[in-house]
Design a protein around this ligand. Structure first.
Ligand code: NAD
Length: 262
């Protein structure tokens, strides 16, 4: 069987961007998978000749890498079948909660798994900057608030990226995020407590993804902002991760590994 990429969720917003990114990177796309009722649909992207399949089970081969940006239920089942299919996985689906964490760990015992709530190279650099800023500024003199904006179709909130940023912030301050996070305040909340990390989601229109990390001090405010203009930024990063993962030993990896930060 020929080597190449299998894209799951191939007819979705990210699936289409992934097909374009694979073409641009010269990576062969050997399989497209989407919901069974869409089987047989041709690719909407010029230059991709394969049609949509109902299941990755028809495409299993040792030299293939799977990129999955679909739905939590579908991604969980793919992860829990890793022992069976043995193909490296690049997972983009968000909103899987604790079950997702557990399934990622289980799959990574059998195959290399790259998991990232955001595959943009810029956002992954942002995580480094936020951790550094949080560590230098400290919790007592600067109040940290994260705001994220996404399109109206997004199903989970706050975004996986906002949570990654919040975790980077907490790491920089050497605190446990669960102890200090304050999600979308409402009502008589009382005064802001020192060390709190505020996290807020707004939704609307066609926004691809914006994240702001604010450090509010007395007399100054530092704002770190990332603006994604197109899904291609995530897709290019995911294809890069797939190429990287193709020859790795089983394990759970992030974009830090792919980009060589670790
Ligand atoms: P979308 O709704 O446009 O596309 C999802 C696709 O998955 C659809 O074509 C749908 O038919 C398909 N799908 C659903 N259930 C399936 C199943 N059982 N089997 C096969 N295919 C199935 O959504 P999207 O905007 O492309 O986002 C997809 C996921 O990727 C979401 O979880 C989103 O949050 C996430 N995402 C992650 C990143 C990142 O960088 N990690 C970036 C953007 C989006």
């Amino acid at each position: 069987m020929d080597r190449g990429l299998i894209l799951i969720g191939a007819l979705g917003r990210m699936g289409r961007a992934l097909q374009e990114a694979a073409l641009a990177a010269g990576q062969p796309v050997v399989g497209l998978v989407d919901r069974p009722e869409l089987a047989g649909t041709p690719s909407p992207v010029d230059g991709i000749s394969v049609r949509v399949c109902a299941s990755w089970k028809d495409l299993v081969a040792p030299s293939r890498v799977v990129i999955d940006f679909s739905s939590p239920e579908n991604t969980l089942s793919l992860l829990l079948s890793a022992k069976e299919h043995r193909m490296p996985l690049v997972i983009g689906t968000t909103g899987m909660g604790q079950a997702g964490e557990d399934a990622l760990r289980e799959a990574s015992r059998h195959v290399p798994v790259v998991a990232a709530a955001n595959y943009s190279v810029g956002v992954n650099l942002l995580l480094e900057l936020v951790q550094k800023a949080a560590s230098v500024l400290g919790a007592s003199a600067y109040d940290a608030e994260i705001v994220e904006a996404h399109h109206k179709h997004k199903k989970d909130a706050p975004s996986g990226t906002a949570l990654m940023l919040a975790n980077a912030l907490a790491k920089g301050r050497d605190v446990d995020l669960a102890q200090v996070a304050s999600y979308g305040r409402e009502g008589i909340t009382g005064e802001r407590t020192t060390g709190e990390i505020g996290i807020h989601a707004v939704r609307g229109g066609s926004v691809v993804g914006d994240h702001w990390v604010n450090f509010f001090g007395e007399g100054e405010r530092i704002e770190i902002h990332h603006h994604a203009e197109s899904r291609r930024t995530f897709a290019d990063g995911a294809v890069r991760a797939a190429v990287w993962a193709s020859d790795k030993v089983p394990g759970l990896y992030t974009m830090r590994h792919v980009l060589g930060f670790d």
